[in-house]
Structures are given as C-alpha cells and as structure tokens.
Design a protein around this ligand. Structure first.
Ligand code: NAP
Length: 464
C-alpha cells in the first residue's frame, strides 16, 4: 500500500503536469498551424486530471460509479453533438457547454454550502463567491444559447430594468453574506441564494441584443473559469485552480479583444441595446450598385498582378471555402499574387474565417490579419469580397453618423477594383447599408458565394 504522503505527492505532481499541458495547449491554440495539437494537449491534461481525481475516490465507492456514469453520458452527448454541429451554429454550442461548466462549479458550491458549518469562514466565502459567479454564468449562458438558437426571438426590455437587475444583485449579495456569516446550515436560505443568483443571470442576459451575444458568451466563459478556480480552492484541487484561472484570464482577454474589434465597450454591451435597435438601411448611403458578370470579373482577375480576398460570414453560410481555395490556386498558376485579409470579427465567432480556410487547405502564409494587410490594399488590383459586409464598410472610418463608426475595418475601398460576391441587397450583421458597394470602382457579382465562385473559376480558366 502506498503511504498517504506518496499518494499526495503523486497526485500533486500529476496535477502539475496536467496544468502544464493546459497552458501549453492554450499556447498552441493561438496559431492555426498548431491549434489542433493544442486542443489535444489540453485534452490529455484534462484526462490526466480526471483520472487522478477519480483514483482518489477509492475503487469501491458508489460515488465513483455515479461519476463514471455521468462522464460516460456527458462524453457521448458531447461527442455526437460536436461531430454534428454546423460551423455556423458553433457559438450557441459554446454557450451551452460553457453554461454547463458554470453550472458544475455552482453545484460544487451548493454541496459545500448545504454541508454548512463544518468548514471555516474563508472556505465558505470562497464557495459562495464561486457559486454566485457559476450560477450567473450558467443561467446567462442558457439564455444566450436560447437567443442564438432562435428559441427566444425577442429581447425583453422595460423601464426600470437596470434597477431591477441592481436590486436582484443586491439581494443575492445580501443572501450570500448571510449564508457565510453563520446561518449557513439553513437550507432554505442557501437555496434562495442560488435562486436569486440564477435569476440574475437570466435578467442580465434577456435584454442584450443578439448582435452582442458572442461577446457576452465570451464574458460568461471567463466567469465560468473564475468560478471553477474558486471551487478549486474549495476542493483544494490544484488542477482546477490553474485551469479555472487560465480560462478566466483567456476569456477576459478574448472578451476585450472582441469588444474592441466591434468598437464597443463592455459596459456598452451589457447595458445598451445595440444590434436590436439599429435602424437598418440608413447611415446616408446613396448611389446605385453596379453588377458585373462572372465572365468579366474572371478576366479582370486573371490579368491582375495582386488580389486581396476578404472572406466574411456569407462564405461560411455558403460553405464556399473549398471553391475559394480552388480559385486561388488557379490565380496563382496565372502568376497573380493572392493574399487573404482576415478581420478579427469576420463571420460569427473569433477565428471563424481562419478555421474555414484552414479546413480548405489554404496555407497560413497567404493569410494576414487586419494590421498586417491594411496598407496593402492600395497596391491591389482587385479586392475580392466574398460574403463580407460590415468588416469592409468605409462608413466605419468616415461617417460619424454610422452606428459602426470607429470600428476598425479592412480598407478594401482603397483597392483599384472591388468585386463583391453576395446574393443581393442584404445587409450584414449590424443591419446597415454599405458605402463600399456603391463606389465607382466596385462591381457586384450577385449570387450564392459557392455558385458565384464556381462561375469565376470557369471564367479564369477560359481566360487561358
Ligand atoms: P456580415 O456583415 O454579417 O455580412 C454578411 C453578408 O454575407 C451579408 O450582407 C449577406 O448579403 C452575405 N451572404 C449571406 N449569405 C450568403 C451566401 N450564401 N452567399 C454569398 N453571400 C452571402 O459579415 P462580416 O462582414 O463577416 O461581418 C461580421 C459581422 O458580425 C460584424 O458586424 C461583426 O461585428 C459581427 N460579429 C462577429 C463576431 C465574431 O466573433 N466574428 C461576433 C459577433 C458579431 P446577402 O444577403 O445580400 O447575400
């Protein structure tokens, strides 16, 4: 039999290795080249931490059976849904699974708080804070999921809503203080604390417009990490503390980056009604769009020296990434220099375009971020916009009246020619017209991105 000390040492060492794997995995996820292996590294870390924790439970324990049962059911559901989910539905899936993490952290807190006074004050305080954050993240993420899935189609707003939320927050905090300060074995009080914390997540998220949901999901992701970190302290589990802190920090950074790329502040996201109220049309765009045939656009591109491709949400909807790569290869064979310009919030989730282009086999050295490529549009013969809209709207730079004024955009309007592939006059995510589409040098190639690219490929081939 190994001594208790040996078990302790081996456990802590295993947690340290698991934590190192999480951090290295996360580091590798920051580049598309190494991202898949990063996910695997972090996954191995997670398996290691889980196995070691299960080992501590004792072989014959009934609880062990329950945990293994739960892991098996959860694992199968996650595996099947992960395989099936369409790329465009990824944000709501992330919301759902993130919510589960918050719920799990809150459940740990609930067990500790229902147990009551056998723990000290510090222990209970940490459990309560983690329980609060986890509950808000759980119910808030479920509402975010329901909104993105179209289960909740309206944003619930009424006068005095912010005061109601503030009141719920204050009541929750008061209940939390009462739980910690001695009345903690009182089951109804603990239950009431959780009811109010869950309610706060719901009332906070209900008024937020669908447009801001991805930022909110990222925020809840950070909160879930924080809650897990707190509960790691409660359970004295180093792997949970480190994993939770890493998720909390990464989620906070991602939230900030997304808010910045959309030119919003977090306060603005949480407390204003952007996205639902933006008027549509508007922002003073006048002029008419000029159409172009695929055959003419193909000839223009075949005889260009430099083309910058800007993919957007429409490319994802049409699943046109393979056709984009086919066209790119053809153009490169024609001696054209082709680059891809990726806006940080193109599509509907961070890294959306990078993932799709990587899936199609586009080499990473052809892909550039906004900062790297923006100065190059001036020297491009053609900017080919594929289902992108808001991320190339020059009003964001020039029109103070525009709702997206101040958002950094790709300078496609500086290219000598602009070819835009989209189905019709449809607006983008922010529901406003695009000044780029009516510029003198812009031509619209109307159609579904996949079909239009197919025609372009034929046209480039025909150009010899
Ligand atoms: P976008 O502004 O939403 O525009 C997409 C365009 O694609 C539409 O105007 C639509 O026009 C066209 N389209 C749709 N289906 C198509 C198809 N099958 N074939 C061809 N075109 C199609 O997209 P974006 O330029 O990528 O901008 C992203 C927007 O999402 C930004 O406003 C950003 O703030 C927001 N957002 C992004 C994230 C993120 O993390 N990436 C998160 C939240 C919000 P037609 O209907 O005329 O075809």
């Amino acid at each position: 039999m190994p001594s208790e000390l040996t078990v302790q040492t081996v456990t802590q060492l295993a947690y340290l290795v698991a934590a190192a794997l999480f951090i290295l995995g996360l580091k590798r996820m920051s580049s598309p080249v190494t991202a898949v292996s990063g996910v695997r590294w972090a996954g191995v870390g997670m398996v290691l931490a889980t196995v070691v924790t299960l080992g501590l439970m004792g072989a014959s324990s009934f609880n062990l059976m329950l945990v293994i049962g739960a892991i098996a059911i959860g694992g199968v559901v996650a595996w099947v849904s992960g395989k099936r989910v369409a790329m465009t539905n990824m944000p709501q899936m992330i919301a759902l699974y993130n919510g589960m993490g918050g719920g799990a952290a809150a459940a740990i807190a609930a067990v500790e708080l229902y147990r009551g006074s056998e723990h000290g004050m510090t222990h209970l305080t940490i459990a309560t804070i983690g329980g609060f954050i986890g509950s808000v993240s759980f119910s808030g993420s479920l509402i975010a999921f329901a909104k993105l899935q179209g289960l909740i189609t309206k944003s619930v707003r009424f006068g005095g809503q912010k005061f109601l939320n503030l009141a719920i927050l204050l009541i929750t905090v008061a209940l939390g203080v009462m739980v910690v300060s001695g009345v903690h074995s009182d089951l109804p009080l603990v239950s009431l604390f959780f009811v109010f914390a869950l309610l706060l997540g719901v009332t906070m998220t209900l008024p937020i417009g669908g447009a801001d949901m991805p930022v909110v999901i990222s925020l809840y992701n950070a909160l879930t990490g924080l809650a897990v970190g707190f509960e790691g302290f409660v359970l004295d589990n180093a792997a949970m503390i480190i994993a939770g802190t890493v998720v909390g920090a990464a989620g906070t950074l991602l939230t900030q980056l997304m808010a910045k790329a959309m030119n919003r502040s977090l306060g603005n996201v949480l407390f204003s009604n952007f996205g639902e109220t933006s008027s549509g049309g508007g922002a003073g765009v006048t002029g008419t769009q000029k159409a172009i045939e695929a055959s003419d656009a193909g000839v223009m591109m075949a005889y260009s020296q430099k083309i910058i491709i800007v993919p957007g949400y429409g490319m994802a909807v049409a699943q046109a990434q393979h056709k984009v790569w086919e066209l790119t290869q053809l153009l490169i064979d024609h001696g054209v220099k082709v680059r891809f310009a990726i806006h940080p919030v193109a599509g509907r989730m961070p890294g959306h375009m990078n993932v799709l282009l990587a899936e199609a086999g586009v080499p990473y050295d052809l892909i550039s971020d906004l900062d790297e490529i923006n100065a190059e549009f001036e020297t491009a013969d053609v900017a080919l916009i594929i289902g992108a809209n808001d991320v190339v709207n020059p009003d964001a730079r020039a029109n103070r009246a525009s709702p997206i004024f101040g958002m950094p955009i790709l300078n496609a309007d500086k290219a000598k020619n602009v070819v835009v592939i989209k189905r019709g006059q449809g607006q983008g995510f922010s529901g406003i017209d695009n000044a780029l589409f009516v510029l003198d040098q812009t031509r619209m190639l109307y159609g579904d991105a996949q079909a239009a690219l197919g025609q372009l490929i034929q046209a480039v081939k025909a150009a010899g």
